[in-house]
Design a protein around this ligand. Structure first.
Ligand code: SF4
Length: 377
């Protein structure tokens, strides 16, 4: 199991407690976005296209603590933007750890090595490093030559210093399943605790609109990657969510499962869409028309979505929702090889990775220039 027992126990007792209280809609992970600035400008990102005055704004530690206490989730994910650019990120993380929240600090790791001294290793803290595949694929995806090597250096330094390190990988059309599987081997050799993979969401604001995956193609890709697993691979995701990605089971979206809080407030309805904002978490729950969201709603913005922030909570809630869910999850944990001859055949199909016929367009962001001069933007 890639997640420590204490964390799995905390999550299990939290979900069961919420169910016993009869709460219909409750969150699992707070997606805390303390800023939108980044030192990368990835082609598939929909988060950094804000005007400069928004990119300059950031949440204070107190605002972060208030939001997390309001939602009451046992886990907090800190995406962005690049959280390591926040001048008080050490205080934010320390305050959440003090509150016994399991924190996943998402980072592209370009600054991880030099800012590691700001943090203390803890079972409550994991660096979740964004790596989109092997060197060539990752550098292409984040539009930065050398990005993979810097991130890997950061990962090694964090592991050597005693930190928990996980990875999160977003896959787009043209991903080479054999390369992704080799990438899993590389991450396990380095000593990463667990890996998370998900298809990219079709952000309307993303600069590259051509390489997002449709649902059928996503299932085919994930079946080829996640079947016939090696015993050494460890994943940091609900086994039920991974079966959903492989096309083995259907879930409806749980948009309130991973609510997002940023300088705008609580985002309606989910981490990906922006159909307004609420001042409080309760207002988000009470004033969002949830029937408008999820693939089955017919909302075109949800049509191809299979992302982690919408469906991971669905997998976790399924696990703890019935005896059947517990049994299915136990089977998935103990018989996780997923031997599948058809999936092996898929690995033999020719693929043309996007980076093999497109040039890497290196994008230097202003904030990156400032950071490399050793100051905070
Ligand atoms: S299907 Fe995706 S985009 Fe739609 S509400 Fe769920 S998470 Fe958001």
């Amino acid at each position: 199991m890639a997640v420590p027992i204490s964390q799995a126990w905390t999550v299990a007792t939290y979900v069961l407690g919420q169910k016993l209280k009869g709460r219909k809609r409750f969150p699992l992970v707070t997606m805390l976005e303390p800023l939108f600035r980044c030192n990368l400008a990835c082609a598939g990102c929909g988060k950094i296209q804000y005007p400069a005055h928004i990119l300059k704004q950031e949440l204070t530690p107190e605002e972060c603590f208030r939001a997390v206490e309001e939602s009451g989730t046992p886990m907090v994910s800190i995406p962005g933007g690049e959280p390591l650019l926040h001048p008080q990120i050490d205080q934010i993380v320390a305050g959440l750890v003090e509150r016994k929240k399991y924190v996943y600090m998402c980072t592209n790791a370009l600054l991880l090595k030099e800012k590691l001294h700001l943090f203390k290793p803890s079972k409550y803290l994991s660096f979740s490093v964004h790596l989109d595949g092997q060197r060539e694929h990752h550098d292409f995806s984040v539009c930065r030559e050398g990005g993979y090597d810097i991130a890997l250096d950061g990962i090694k330094a964090a592991i050597a210093a005693g930190f928990r390190v996980t990875t999160n990988t977003t896959l787009f059309d043209g991903a080479d399943p054999n390369s992704v599987r080799a990438f899993f081997d590389e991450l396990m050799e380095v000593g990463v605790e667990g890996m998370m993979v998900a298809p990219g969401y079709t952000y309307e604001k993303a600069p590259d609109q051509r390489h997002f995956l449709g649902r059928a193609r996503s299932r085919r890709l994930f079946r080829s990657i996640l079947s016939n697993r090696k015993r050494s691979w460890k994943f940091n995701a609900s086994p039920m969510y991974m079966e959903f990605l492989m096309g083995k089971r259907e879930f409806t979206c749980t948009p309130w499962g991973m609510p997002a809080y940023s300088v705008f407030g609580w985002q309606k309805p989910c981490y990906l869409l922006q159909d307004g904002y609420a001042d409080t978490f309760q207002e988000l729950i009470d004033t969002t028309d949830w029937s408008n969201y999820g693939t089955e709603s017919g909302n075109p913005k949800c049509a191809n979505c299979m992302v982690h922030s919408g469906y991971e909570a669905s997998g976790v809630y399924y696990t703890f929702g019935s005896f059947r869910g517990l049994i299915d999850t136990a089977i998935a944990v103990f018989f996780d090889a997923y031997q599948d001859k058809g999936a092996l055949d898929l690995l033999n199909e020719p693929v043309k990775p996007v980076h093999s016929f497109n040039p890497l367009i290196q994008i230097e962001t202003k904030v990156n220039v400032v950071e490399t001069q050793g100051t905070t933007a």
